[in-house]
Design a protein around this ligand. Structure first.
Ligand code: HEC
Ligand code: HEC
Ligand code: HEC
Ligand code: HEC
Ligand code: HEC
Ligand code: HEC
Ligand code: HEC
Length: 403
């Protein structure tokens, strides 16, 4: 009798538990029921998935857990000094990371790293205050392998009040929902800045995931799970069917700067849409217009003769959308040469470099590194602004000394 009781108890428990796990297995995407989530792509697109998982796109935003945060904590260069009485210290407390402000040796405030932005050249982080995220005053920069002021932040006093709004997430994440509260105007436009947004952390989809670039894919997944013999893609936009402008717009959405006029939320963009319905650049693309090397690869590239005269160059000409930019600069030379066979440099140019070096270094001379005009930073105890350096996408002929 006792045995059967225990048996039934275990059975009931087992059924109960299996129900639970079934329920939690069912993925619910904050963007709605049209979305399947990146993990659902693994079974059929492992190659793309494995690549994309390691990419900067996937890590463009991430929870600030140990392992995702760059920089020194509790040792070496983990202190930023504002003045002789005021310092900011990067500290690990249990499993969390903090920027802690000390005045005259006493702790005044401490803010926890909650979300990180970026992994490659720089990483900036935000903390939650009430229902919003705020940028931490000190960021990590790869060029100096250390901490310095977050872009635009002062080096002589700490500042904790820069709200990081939905706009940043619209290029660095796949979703975030906010609600307007206490707006001063009755108009509920996307642009009105006097309204206060409340962000719901449960709605964040970190990083730039598969469906951010490919559009909602639940129907695609369901179709192919049901029809494993069908080898032709169903219910998904094919990039191959898009024209050049549509392909470019799918990248330019986030790679064409942010100074123009916003018409619609970037989150609503789907491949095939036209960027001009979402964002309008107010400056014209003359070759003298200055676009920043940070965040505006599209307009710089648009100014170069390769782009204009080839009538076919787009971002995919040189980049695999599932991978980072290649670290091997020589690999780009092959792509250059696919359009520039029979290239002849003048004697003067040939004298500056051996033929074999010249052949593998196209990018070094024709897409040189330039300082960003938009992003500068200051080191601890320094009045000087340091430059943020990226390669220009304006392919052209540059004087040798301007590199
Ligand atoms: C059950 C299998 C299956 C799953 C799961 C699946 N796909 Fe596919 N997908 C296919 C097949 C089959 C094709 C057509 C053959 C090919 O291109 O690999 C395809 C093609 C594609 C294409 C190329 C379309 C084209 O014609 O250029 C994209 C993009 C794509 N899938 C995205 C996704 C995304 C994003 C997910 C996850 C949300 C996903 N797929 C999940 C089976 C699947
Ligand atoms: C939703 C916004 C968004 C879209 C769409 C987008 N990107 Fe990006 N891309 C970013 C952000 C943000 C970064 C910086 C990520 C980081 O380093 O944290 C980035 C980084 C990159 C990098 C550098 C990665 C590295 O570490 O080397 C390349 C190359 C790139 N994007 C190409 C593309 C191409 C090509 C497309 C179109 C197929 C595209 N991007 C579409 C936002 C976007
Ligand atoms: C930054 C935008 C971006 C992201 C993120 C992205 N893709 Fe793609 N994907 C593209 C573009 C652009 C193409 C077209 C490439 C081409 O035509 O050469 C493509 C092509 C594909 C194809 C067709 C086969 C191929 O490799 O060309 C599949 C399948 C695919 N993507 C699946 C995925 C899956 C699965 C994920 C997530 C793990 C993903 N993509 C993430 C932009 C993206
Ligand atoms: C219009 C789209 C866009 C917006 C809006 C935007 N970013 Fe970016 N951001 C990018 C792109 C693209 C890159 C990477 C390439 C580059 O620097 O040109 C980038 C790079 C970064 C990096 C360096 C990442 C790395 O790995 O090198 C950080 C940090 C960053 N952004 C933070 C922010 C913050 C914080 C905001 C809001 C104040 C913001 N971004 C708004 C598109 C955007
Ligand atoms: C899709 C084809 C294509 C690719 C790829 C390409 N180019 Fe070009 N490039 C052109 C065309 C077309 C012109 C214009 C030639 C003309 O009008 O005489 C051009 C012009 C140039 C010029 C002269 C620019 C000027 O302002 O006078 C340079 C330099 C150049 N390319 C270098 C490169 C380098 C370096 C790469 C690789 C990073 C590259 N190109 C990749 C097609 C291409
Ligand atoms: C002619 C080849 C070419 C084309 C076309 C091209 N890129 Fe690049 N891209 C490069 C090279 C070269 C680098 C530098 C890699 C490095 O220095 O590690 C690069 C780097 C980048 C980076 C990383 C920035 C950095 O310094 O780490 C981003 C983001 C990027 N490209 C986006 C784009 C976008 C978006 C497009 C389309 C508008 C595009 N690229 C078109 C060659 C190209
Ligand atoms: C040492 C720097 C350097 C390197 C490396 C280099 N170039 Fe050039 N390139 C120049 C200069 C300077 C000019 C203008 C004077 C001349 O034509 O020699 C030029 C001119 C050009 C032109 C325009 C020629 C014309 O007739 O209008 C093209 C196209 C070009 N380069 C492509 C390339 C490609 C592709 C590579 C890589 C295989 C490359 N360059 C490597 C410095 C360089």
């Amino acid at each position: 009798m006792k045995k059967t009781c225990i048996f039934f108890a275990i059975l009931v428990l087992a059924v109960f538990l299996s129900n639970c796990t079934n329920k939690s297995d069912e993925y619910i995407d904050p963007r709605g029921t049209d979305y399947a989530g990146s993990e659902s792509c693994i079974d059929c697109h492992k190659t793309q998935y494995d690549m994309a998982l390691q990419s900067s796109h996937f890590k463009a935003t991430a929870p600030a857990i140990l392992g995702n945060v760059l920089g020194d904590f509790d040792k070496k260069d983990h202190v930023f000094i504002y003045d002789k009485n005021t310092k900011l210290v990067m500290e690990q407390r249990n499993d969390s990371l903090y920027q802690v402000l000390y005045k005259n040796g006493k702790e005044v405030e401490a803010h926890r790293f909650e979300i990180v932005f970026g992994t490659k050249h720089a990483q900036t982080s935000v903390y939650w205050r009430e229902n919003n995220t705020y940028e931490l005053p000190v960021s990590y920069y790869s060029s100096i392998k250390g901490w310095a002021t977050s872009p635009g932040f002062p080096a002589d006093k700490p500042y904790f009040d820069r709200m990081v709004m939905k706009d940043c997430y619209s290029c660095h994440a796949s979703n975030i929902s906010s609600r307007n509260v206490g707006q001063k105007s009755t108009e509920k436009t996307f642009m009105s800045m006097d309204v206060e947004d409340i962000i719901d952390p449960k709605t964040i989809v970190y990083g730039i995931d598969c469906e951010r670039c490919h559009g909602p894919a639940k129907a695609h997944v369901e179709f192919h799970v049901k029809n494993p013999d069908v080898k032709v893609a169903n219910s998904i936009t094919s990039y191959k069917s898009l024209n050049r402008e549509q392909k470019l717009d799918a990248c330019a959405l986030c790679h064409a700067g942010n100074d123009g006029m916003k018409l619609k939320s970037r989150f609503d963009f789907k491949p095939g849409n036209s960027l001009s319905d979402f964002y309008r650049e107010t400056r014209s693309i003359t070759d003298t217009a200055k676009f920043d090397v940070h965040g505006n690869q599209f307009r710089l590239m648009s100014q170069s003769k390769c782009f204009i005269n080839s009538e076919k160059m787009d971002c995919i000409t040189c980049h695999n959308p599932h991978e980072n930019a290649s670290k091997n600069i020589a690999s780009y030379s092959k792509i250059c040469m696919s359009c520039h066979q029979g290239l002849k440099h003048t004697e003067t140019t040939l004298k500056t470099m051996s033929g074999s070096l010249l052949a593998t270094n196209c990018v070094e001379c024709h897409m040189p590194k330039k300082s960003s005009g938009a992003i500068k930073f200051q080191l601890s105890n320094s009045k000087q602004l340091s430059n943020y350096i990226l390669r220009t996408h304006k392919i052209g002929i540059y004087p040798a000394n301007q590199k």
